[in-house]
Design a protein around this ligand. Structure first.
Ligand code: COA
Length: 189
């Protein structure tokens, strides 16, 4: 079984669970967090969806992680490795079942609550997840997409080594897609 608990200097990442409803409610209803991430959801929809957003596949390596402050135990947000929606409005959760890695592009992403912004946490969490993807999982290429105006997200991706690939229709919008291959990641070290 793959080890899905990941540590960095300041953070602990573990698979998201149904009892992370508190965190999900906090970030997914926040206008500032969701501005470039598809807009907010209602508390009722979030409760109903917890059993879906905790799904994993590919021996656990595809899914959502809860990002936790190692010092205080506070839940700061989430980081993901999930199928990137291409020509689709949202993640296709039907692809996430069974032992296999879905045959599609896998995206890295992150949502942190505003009190955690500006401290390098997204970069720290995403760098660790990329290391997991290329050292522990069978993934060979990682993609990411973001709103053109989301400069902080672009910067995080650049800091962890991703570069522009193309503009694509993702999450029902044309957005820049960035990517990195396992070989490119190894060459950065
Ligand atoms: C995007 C997000 C994850 C960044 O988290 P963070 O922990 O603040 O990011 P980091 O501190 O690791 O790095 C952000 C970098 O972008 C820079 N940055 C922040 N805002 C910026 C802006 N408006 N313009 C240019 N650069 C900006 C920061 O200075 C930092 O770079 P530096 O290390 O060179 O100083 C966080 O703002 C967030 O959760 N936003 C809402 C959800 C979201 O949009 N997620 C991404 C969806 S694609």
């Amino acid at each position: 079984m793959m080890k899905l608990e990941l540590y960095t200097e300041r953070l602990f990442l573990r698979p998201v669970r149904e009892d992370d409803l508190d965190l999900a409610l906090e970030i997914l209803t926040d206008d500032d967090v969701m501005r470039y991430a598809g807009g907010t959801s209602t508390p009722r929809d979030i409760r109903d969806d917890m059993h879906i957003i905790t799904r994993r596949c590919g021996d656990g390596c595809i899914g959502i992680w809860c990002v936790i402050d190692r010092g205080t135990g506070e839940k700061l947000g989430t980081a993901i490795l999930l199928p990137m929606p291409i020509e689709e409005p949202d993640t296709n959760w039907d692809l996430i079942n069974g032992g296999d890695i879905p045959d599609c592009d896998i995206e890295i992403g992150y949502l942190l609550k505003p009190s955690a912004w500006g401290k390098g946490y997204a970069t720290e969490a995403a760098a660790r997840l990329l290391q997991f993807a290329f050292e522990d999982s069978p993934l060979e290429t990682i993609f990411a997409c973001f709103d053109e105006d989301n400069h902080a997200s672009r910067h995080v991706l650049e800091k962890i080594g991703l570069a522009f690939e193309s503009n694509r229709m993702t999450y029902a919008e044309v957005s820049p897609v960035y990517w990195i291959s396992k070989q490119q990641w190894q060459d950065l070290k």
